[in-house]
Design a protein around this ligand. Structure first.
Ligand code: TXA
Ligand code: MG
Length: 357
């Protein structure tokens, strides 16, 4: 019997007798475009027309809109499924723009801006009067960041204004670190996804709040808290009741579809060898390599920066295999791992709370 029924489209490769023809390679999505000069010019046109553009940053990919257009920013919330009261970060090209967006800039904030921008740091400052409620979620503060990724820099410089951008994932899900991660969440709903390669840092920016009396750490991230304290010359306070709302600090964020369980290596290996019926994914530290080499298992380096770079891609890859549970070997607890442990704890808590957002 022929593998190709009469009238069917010609397969790409000749069929091997007795085997079905190989499936054609998936087409390159038309909205994922290498971020060359022409693509950046097109991105600027779209932003000016009030459309959304996904773009790479050194932390994760962002879903960008013109921060001075309430209608454009509203599209971000609609597409992500994000509640309107959750503020978005405004990305700027250079520190000179700071005064146009922030009302009060304390000496501490200026110190951090000088030390870490462009880079994976977001400052929460009292907003300038012109900043839209759509961006701030109605709060009197605004989150500002100057990214260091060359494509983000070129885009911001060419656009000339602020770009409001949360991470380019569906609300509550794992942030994207490649253009294809963005495509997998939104398919063709985002008109243009600029491809600038894998994000070097791999987890979101550190958020420091300067709207109160003391600088407070709202979210650990790409810049270690210790480096911030050193530049600041004082300790960061922990967020308290009066801190501005940072929805990314809810447990429901950064979660794959599968249940995530943080375990020690012994428990991971025992579960893998004894489980029945369930599809178990595993994210193991590199030292475990000899026992873990199957399709559902990913091995990640025991160096915090490299681990962060690979974390979201590994979680997404395991999730895509429809596993029931992802066992994550608990990484070290030292300060270099703070942001990673923060994200893993949220992903695990999400599962425990049974949230579905
Ligand atoms: O690395 C990053 O920060 C990435 C890239 C794209 O820049 N962006 C990002 O955005 O992670 P998003 O929206 O996924 O997370 C930003 C966090 C949210 O938890 C949000 O609530 C908080 O920053 N945030 C933004 N503006 C704020 C404000 N005015 N006050 C308090 N929290 C704010
Ligand atoms: Mg996010």
């Amino acid at each position: 019997m022929s593998a190709v029924p009469p009238g069917a489209a010609e397969p790409v490769a000749a069929p091997v007798p007795g085997f079905p023809p190989p499936p054609p390679p998936p087409p390159q999505p038309t909205n994922v475009v290498e971020a060359d000069e022409a693509a950046i010019a097109r991105a600027v046109e779209l932003l000016r027309a009030g459309e959304l553009v996904a773009f790479p940053t050194e932390t994760v990919y962002g879903l960008g809109a013109d921060a001075s257009s309430a209608d454009a920013v509203a599209k971000i919330f609609a597409l992500k499924g994000r509640p309107e009261t959750h503020p978005v970060i405004v990305h700027l090209a250079d520190p000179d723009a700071l005064d146009a967006w922030a009302g009060e800039i304390s000496p501490g904030a200026r110190k951090l801006a000088a030390a870490f921008w462009p880079g994976p740091l977001t400052l929460i400052l009292k907003r300038a009067p012109s900043v839209l409620d759509a961006v701030t979620g109605g709060q009197d503060t605004v989150g500002l960041r100057i990214p260091s990724h060359p494509v983000a820099k070129q885009l911001l410089a060419a656009f000339g204004g602020g770009i409001a951008a949360p991470s380019a994932n569906k609300f509550g899900r794992v942030s994207p670190t490649t253009a294809m991660h963005v495509f997998n969440d939104f398919i063709h709903a985002v008109p243009l996804i600029l491809d600038g390669g894998a994000s070097a840092v791999g987890i979101e920016s550190t958020i420091v709040d300067f709207s109160g009396e003391h600088a407070r750490l709202l979210r650990p991230g790409g810049v270690p808290a210790a480096a911030i304290e050193e530049a600041l010359g004082e300790a960061l306070a922990a967020p308290d009741e009066s801190a501005p709302r940072a929805p990314g600090s809810h447990a429901s964020h950064y979660a794959p579809r599968a249940q995530v369980k943080l375990v020690r290596r012994v428990e991971m290996l025992e579960t893998l060898s004894s489980h029945k019926g369930r599809r178990i994914g595993a994210l193991a530290l590199e030292v475990s390599v000899p026992r873990l080499n199957q399709a559902l298992q990913r091995v990640v380096p025991v160096v915090a920066a490299q681990y962060a770079h690979e974390l979201y891609g590994a979680l997404r890859a395991l999730d895509a295999q429809n596993v029931d549970v992802i066992l994550v070997e608990a990484p070290p607890k030292s300060s270099a791992w703070q942001a990673i442990n923060d994200r893993l704890a949220r992903a695990a808590r999400h599962a425990a709370e049974g949230e579905t957002t």
